[in-house]
Design a protein around this ligand. Sequence first.
Ligand SMILES: [Zn+2]
Length: 263
Amino acid sequence: MINQHDIPVTEVDLGPGIRAFYTSRSGGCSVGAYEGLNVGDAVGDAADAVESNRDALGAFTGTSVNYLRQVHGNAVVDVTASDARNSRTPGAERQADGAVTSDPAVALCVYVADCVPVLLADPVARIIGSAHAGRPGLEARIISHTIELMVCQGADASRIRAAVGPCICPRCYEVPAEMALRFAQNTGTVVSQTQWDTPGIELRVAAHKELAAAGVAQIVHVDVCTYESGELYSHRWSTHHAEDTGGASGRFAGIVRLDVPKK
Ligand SMILES: [Zn+2]
């Protein structure tokens, strides 16, 4: 019997007083194409399974986890503890792709299956952020918008540390040639070549470049491809294996929180 608090995660170091990690498929109760710890709603999984997985992740994280209704835009919200409590219920999340908080009672969650999950923290000002940075979000500068709200609240970009989590790699992210060219032009990256000898795009490089341009110097990568790893959810992999998955995929999470200061 697995203890519900025992969720395997990949920790990333965003500085003293900050806890940040990425989940995988492991540790949850979803079944079928969603098998594992799916925390995404609106992907076709059973709502009670998603709620149960969110409860397990909340218990593991040790505080209320805030979920957003992510729409590939560039809106950023300041999240309160009541937002986080409400967002546990699938369908009740605030709509945005970036989140910021300075409240230790709130953990920020970005959930993905190929898009780039970016976690941010200024450990001195004790302000954290998260960004859902897929292809449209990167073109809409979601990472910069998230950093701007952190800076408005007292963070200093030069102190911010960032984690760029698992995402689909350029050899696996096939898009139409026009889209690849536009993305490359908009993000200062190059059109890559996929394993199928078709045009692809560099999500991870685009995220890194945007962070650096915003003044973030301390950037860590969890350089794993969601498409190639069997441990992570991948929308593209599920689409390419629709005979087994029905084209459906769950979502894994990036989580960042402030530790409660010791008295
Ligand atoms: Zn790949």
